[in-house]
Design a protein around this ligand. Structure first.
Ligand code: F6P
Length: 325
């Protein structure tokens, strides 16, 4: 193998740059040329390539976003688009491709290998942490830390006024970010799509808490079954008009900013492992960390895996435990 390409696709995640850096430098160490594809799969279809050497990736390990830019490509969704992409790789003399991204990115990568036998490894990267094949995905830790910091700030106002804040966090259809940040920020209630919540119970908890005038934080996952923080807060307001309620949607704030140490380390490990995996003849898989070890999981398996929130975290939120008071 003499020449690999890499791209970042889907939602950007803090740590993607650290992964790019690790791929380029590991490849260089092994005498392999690296080409960066700009704008994700769109760049693959449009032949938007740039050569990358070890000096091109200096000073990026600490930066959020992705130096290769990202996109959610319409062109690549069609079989025709994917044929063009495969041909472009072939014409550029590229032997293998590394795709850094989440579930959508890895599903696209899988289609490319299935249809055109492109040699390919995916790197698990999404703030949502909802992709199989890695216990943690690149960006999740940074996004959670950003959300926790924001909630700590909101807590100051909540406790000064005795207010209730409904804080909506990202996570698409899953509640990983909500659950982890909710516990870490000491939220009074956490709403996640994985569990059908009882609004009566929430109201009861908030009523109890309001007697102490301490204010409350309710962390709501964007995919929550009640329809997000605004809808939920309206339901609560209808039942308890006396509550002083505010809503804060953290949104894309969670995607930006410098990656944490954990994400830089994870991205560096996965970037290097992806290149070494390709050298070792691996393909059609995702590289991740499973139980502390580097693991290569077949794309089909990783995409189909239904990753679940750690059960003990649910226990911390229920009556059996005294953390949420
Ligand atoms: O997958 C990452 C993510 O930030 C999700 O948490 C969120 O639902 C989605 O992307 C937002 O996508 P966009 O940036 O395209 O609005």
């Amino acid at each position: 193998m003499k020449h690999i390409a890499l791209l970042t696709s889907g939602g950007d995640a803090p740590g993607m740059n650290a992964a790019i850096r690790a791929v380029v430098r590991t490849a260089y160490f092994h005498g392999i040329k690296t080409t960066g594809v700009l704008d994700g799969y769109d760049g693959l279809v449009k032949n938007n390539f740039m050569e990358l050497g070890p000096r091109d990736v200096r000073n990026i390990i600490q930066r959020g976003g992705t130096m290769l830019r990202s996109a959610r490509s319409e062109a690549f969704r069609s079989a025709e688009g994917r044929s063009v992409a495969a041909k472009n790789l072939l014409d550029a003399g590229i032997d293998a491709l590394i795709c850094i991204g989440g579930g959508g990115t890895q599903a696209g990568a899988h289609q490319l290998t299935q249809e055109h036998h492109v040699r390919l490894i995916g790197i698990a990267s999404t703030i949502d942490n909802d992709l199989g094949g890695s216990d943690r995905t690149i960006g999740f830790d940074s996004a959670c830390n950003t959300a926790v910091e924001a909630i700590d700030r909101l807590r100051d106002t909540a406790s000064s006024y005795g207010r209730i804040f409904f804080v909506e966090v990202m996570g698409r259809d899953t509640g990983f970010i909500a659950m982890h940040t909710g516990i870490a920020a000491g939220a009074e209630y956490v709403m996640v799509p994985e569990r059908r919540e009882n609004v009566d119970e929430l109201v009861q908890a908030l009523e109890n808490r309001s007697k102490e005038k301490g204010g409350s934080i309710v962390v709501v996952a964007e995919g929550d079954q009640e329809g997000g923080a605004f809808k939920l807060s309206e339901q609560v307001k209808q039942r308890c008009p006396q509550f002083d309620i505010r809503v804060s949607v953290l949104g894309h704030l969670q995607r930006g900013g410098n990656p944490t140490m954990s994400d830089r380390l994870l991205a560096s490990r996965l970037g290097a492992a992806a290149v070494e995996g390709l050298i070792g003849d691996r393909s059609s898989c995702i590289v991740g960390i499973v139980k502390g070890e580097i693991a290569f999981t077949p794309h089909v398996e990783a995409i189909a895996q239904h990753k679940t929130i750690e059960p003990d975290l649910f226990r911390l939120l229920c009556d059996a435990c005294c953390l949420m008071m």
